[in-house]
Design a protein around this ligand. Sequence first.
Ligand SMILES: C[S@@+](CC[C@H](N)C(=O)[O-])C[C@H]1O[C@@H](n2cnc3c(N)ncnc32)[C@H](O)[C@@H]1O
Length: 189
Amino acid sequence: MPVYDETNIEDLQSRLLDTESQDLELDLGCGKSNLCHSLAGANPSVQYVGVDWNRHFCMEGERGRRKYGISNVFFVNLEAGLFLKKYVRSASVRAVYIFFPSPAPRAQRLVTESFLWEVFRVLSVRGELRLITDDSDYYSSIRKSLRIVGWEEDFWVPFPFILPPGLLVGTPCEEEYGSHFVLCLRKRY
Ligand SMILES: C[S@@+](CC[C@H](N)C(=O)[O-])C[C@H]1O[C@@H](n2cnc3c(N)ncnc32)[C@H](O)[C@@H]1O
């Protein structure tokens, strides 16, 4: 499977069209992609997309996908906000995951008010946004940006695979920094 980027956008668009009948879940800023592999392995009927602007991580994700023989995940090497805005249909996504978004540089932070509107747009009704950060300043700015009235807070339901005690997602960043600030939001309408 190719890693999708600006050189094969038409292939990405038809791939996304092909997944229309499936539940779609996105890991934005997927990094080394181990969460995408674990989720895709545990939920074979769900289509996962890992997005990262670092090409090296997307290639690593694709190598892992082949190694584990998983067919329901693919990787997109684009800026995550642009990916949502240009390529993801409204109300077509069941879950968006953003774990340990890079807090620096501040001016390039992914999670802004306009980005959260895009997340809200692509989620289907009752779709969920799960976000974890270890950065208190980033967390408070995200909370301030959550002015969208259609969100409701929900409980964290554990992912359907086994993790070491104390971990929620088992990504490299969670292992290194710990899950200090956790958000689980659901789109009400
Ligand atoms: C701190 S790492 C977290 C990786 C992984 N989610 C984890 O929990 O280990 C942040 C990741 O987001 C990616 N990233 C940051 N801003 C991005 C953006 N605007 N669009 C796409 N990827 C982005 C970085 O390349 C990096 O891989």
